[in-house]
Ligand binder design. Structure first.
Ligand SMILES: *[C@@H]1O[C@H](CO)[C@@H](O)[C@H](O)[C@H]1NC(C)=O
Ligand SMILES: *[C@@H]1O[C@H](CO)[C@@H](O)[C@H](O)[C@H]1NC(C)=O
Ligand SMILES: *[C@@H]1O[C@H](CO)[C@@H](O)[C@H](O)[C@H]1NC(C)=O
Ligand SMILES: *[C@@H]1O[C@H](CO)[C@@H](O)[C@H](O)[C@H]1NC(C)=O
Ligand SMILES: *[C@@H]1O[C@H](CO)[C@@H](O)[C@H](O)[C@H]1NC(C)=O
Ligand SMILES: CC(=O)N[C@H]1CO[C@H](CO)[C@@H](O)[C@@H]1O
Ligand SMILES: [Cu+2]
Length: 328
């Protein structure tokens, strides 16, 4: 059995070469959807609140530009800044590089940060210069379900949902939403980062300011926990999240448990994906008293400040499990 991890690692590398990674295709605030543009699609830009990246491949610790860790590869400012309220639900629709297939990676954390655009309008805000971010949501492993991660739910449901902090001060914010993929992180420089940024304008009566912040790429250095991690060899330890603990400014979590409102379905067409054969995908209704919700609570003492919707379907799940290790 000692050979198993290295075999899986080799298979993972193979899967990596065969894949083309992905990006956030569109987003919703409280169920209202806004389109994104396909990475690198300079010539056919439509208005979007999602900062455009030049390519949906991963950022790596060695070989990627420092500025790309802020909002993704060669990220450019977006034209729209979309309205939101404190406690609004923000949904990210992750897709594979063709804009229609599902996100392929399963192992790794899902982390979301925010920063104020300050006195500037977010569509003019340059985030690449010493921008200070606070962490508003993070999810890692499914508790005691060794080797499996919430990110798998982004692959199966295509969405990740989190709630804006309930006491956030009003104004323009960039939301930096990041998938980190660990399938190759057994080895140095194998970890992959996929950050994407969204521009929102928050209406609020709140006044809360973050008391700790981080900058990118400074938090990713040789002393950062969690950048080399073996997710294959049981028992897999609890993942040490990079970027520190959740900020004092984060969602209460009340809106994402059993009482979460229904989400509207993902639009199947967008300005960048006009293919009518795009797979129909529905958003799982939030579970009533599901295992995920209670499991999230028992994961640690934090409420589920952000979570993806993992639809439980045993038949599909069994089939998925069969392919899981190869797919990684
Ligand atoms: C980066 O984006 C700029 C426009 O914002 C574009 O002119 C340039 O070609 C892009 N570079 C790469 C490497 O994609
Ligand atoms: C924000 O709240 C106001 C007042 O309740 C509401 O009219 C508006 O639709 C909300 N906006 C969003 C994006 O949910
Ligand atoms: C942000 O929202 C506030 C309050 O609704 C509004 O006054 C302001 O014009 C908005 N700013 C932008 C850039 O949309
Ligand atoms: C390295 O990262 C850690 C957190 O990941 C951070 O506290 C520290 O300041 C960073 N060091 C440098 C030199 O940037
Ligand atoms: C930040 O705020 C949290 C919650 O109010 C508090 O527990 C923590 O000690 C504060 N940290 C600093 C550095 O002030
Ligand atoms: C990944 C994870 O949640 N591991 C936990 C499994 O349960 C043990 C004992 O309850 C915890 O110590 C681990 O942290
Ligand atoms: Cu990838």
């Amino acid at each position: 059995m000692q050979l198993l991890p290295s075999i899986l690692f080799a298979l993972a590398l193979f899967a990596e070469q065969a894949s083309a990674h992905g990006y956030v295709n569109q987003i919703a605030v409280d169920g209202k959807w806004y389109p994104g543009n396909k990475p690198g699609s300079d010539s056919q830009l439509g208005p979007s609140p999602i900062r455009l990246i030049s390519d949906g491949g991963p950022l790596q610790l060695q070989g990627s530009e420092a500025r790309d860790f802020v909002c993704g590869k060669n990220a450019s400012k977006a034209q729209m800044t979309v309205p939101a309220n404190t406690s609004s639900l923000v949904t990210f629709n992750w897709v594979g590089m063709d804009g229609a297939s599902a996100w392929i990676h399963h192992a790794g954390p899902v982390i979301t940060y925010m920063t104020s655009c300050g006195s500037q309008s977010c569509d003019a805000f340059d985030a690449t210069v010493d921008t200070k971010w606070f962490k508003v949501a993070q999810l890692g492993q499914l508790p005691n379900d060794t080797g499996r991660w919430f990110q798998e739910g982004i692959s199966s449901e295509r969405t990740y949902v989190f709630q804006l902090p309930d006491q956030l001060a009003p104004g323009g914010y960039l939301i930096r939403h990041e998938l980190i993929s660990l399938q190759n992180a057994v080895a140095p420089n194998g970890i992959e980062f996929y950050p994407m940024c969204l521009q929102v304008n928050v209406s609020s009566e709140g006044q809360q300011q973050p008391n700790t912040t981080v900058t990118f790429p400074a938090i990713y250095n040789s002393s950062t926990d969690g950048l080399i991690f073996d997710t294959y060899t049981p028992p897999v330890p609890a993942y040490p999240f990079p970027g520190g603990p959740l900020s004092n400014v984060h969602a209460s979590g009340q809106g994402l448990g059993p009482t979460a409102p229904s989400l509207s379905a993902i639009p199947t067409t967008s300005q960048t994906d006009s293919a009518s054969d795009a797979p129909q995908c529905s958003v799982a209704p939030p579970e009533k008293q599901g295992s995920t919700s209670s499991a999230v609570r028992s994961h640690d003492s934090q409420p589920p400040n952000g979570r993806c919707l993992v639809k439980r379907n045993t038949g599909r799940r069994a089939a998925h499990n069969a392919g899981l290790r190869r797919a990684w």
